[in-house]
Design a protein around this ligand. Structure first.
Ligand SMILES: *[C@@H]1O[C@H](CO)[C@@H](O)[C@H](O)[C@H]1NC(C)=O
Ligand SMILES: *[C@@H]1O[C@H](CO)[C@@H](O)[C@H](O)[C@H]1NC(C)=O
Ligand SMILES: *[C@@H]1O[C@H](CO)[C@@H](O)[C@H](O)[C@H]1NC(C)=O
Ligand SMILES: *[C@@H]1O[C@H](CO)[C@@H](O)[C@H](O)[C@H]1NC(C)=O
Ligand SMILES: *[C@@H]1O[C@H](CO)[C@@H](O)[C@H](O)[C@H]1NC(C)=O
Length: 206
């Protein structure tokens, strides 16, 4: 009899433990779901390299060539319940897919982006040390001149009343230009610190 009671109370203790663990798990899951963040999307569009536009005759003349590149930065906060605060957004332009040929930089001022918002920002750089001959050769036989644009910033998220700590934001974009001087942008890949669970843990330490 006492044996039976003993095992029964042990069972109910184990049962309580399981319930407690499950409840904690559910609470953790709910917290994680409401605190998790999605990094903003970013792309480089509307690129125009006049110096590669075959309809511009002066491009054959190195001294008269327009060395500028105009572009549009598109950043999109897809979260419906959190806004994002960006520090200055720095763009590093390179000719080719690696960083061997830096050709110019551009910086956009920092700003705050509301929930589920998209921003388009136009800019222009004057290129330096751009290997024009190589690029013109590439587009003139029907292939593409490739540029790489690294977008970097520091961002923080607003979760109801408070901001998270700042995170590094970095997106590497590949831009392909044809002989019209225009592009279609394409994202290579995003790298973005460690997310999700780390943020969840950090949010308790703030
Ligand atoms: C290039 O343009 C400059 C300035 O307009 C001119 O002096 C030069 O003769 C041109 N060169 C060629 C090869 O057309
Ligand atoms: C960068 O790319 C060019 C051409 O694609 C190549 O010749 C060069 O070795 C590369 N540089 C590095 C550091 O990988
Ligand atoms: C562009 O930025 C890079 C890295 O921040 C820097 O090393 C380089 O000197 C800058 N180039 C110009 C032309 O300002
Ligand atoms: C090229 O860009 C520079 C710097 O942004 C600007 O001062 C210049 O007016 C531009 N030139 C042309 C032809 O658009
Ligand atoms: C065009 O030229 C580039 C080098 O400038 C070369 O890599 C590519 O294979 C050429 N494409 C065609 C279709 O000839």
């Amino acid at each position: 009899m006492s044996n039976y009671d003993f095992s029964s109370s042990r069972n109910s203790c184990a049962c309580h433990c399981v319930k407690l663990i499950v409840s904690l798990g559910v609470i953790a899951l709910i917290l994680w779901l409401s605190l998790r963040t999605t990094k903003p999307k970013c792309s480089i569009g509307d690129v125009y390299v006049r110096g590669l536009d075959k309809s511009v005759n002066s491009n054959n003349n190195a001294t008269r060539r327009d060395k500028n590149i105009s572009f549009q930065l598109n950043v999109k906060n897809e979260m419906k319940d959190k806004s994002v605060r960006y520090d200055g957004i720095i763009l590093n332009f390179y000719y080719g897919t690696n960083t061997s040929y830096p050709i110019g930089n551009f910086t956009f001022d920092g700003f705050k982006q509301g929930k589920d918002k998209e921003a388009f920002k136009s800019g222009m750089i004057e290129t330096h040390n751009m290997p024009w001959d190589d690029a013109i050769k590439a587009v003139s036989n029907g292939s593409k001149a490739i540029f790489r644009v690294d977008v970097s910033s520091r961002i923080k998220y607003k979760i109801t009343f408070w901001y998270t700590k700042k995170h590094n934001y970095f997106v590497e974009n590949k831009v392909e230009i044809d002989d019209t001087g225009k592009s279609r942008a394409q994202q290579l890949h995003c790298c973005f610190g460690v997310f999700g669970l780390t943020l969840f843990v950090l949010s308790f330490l703030l």
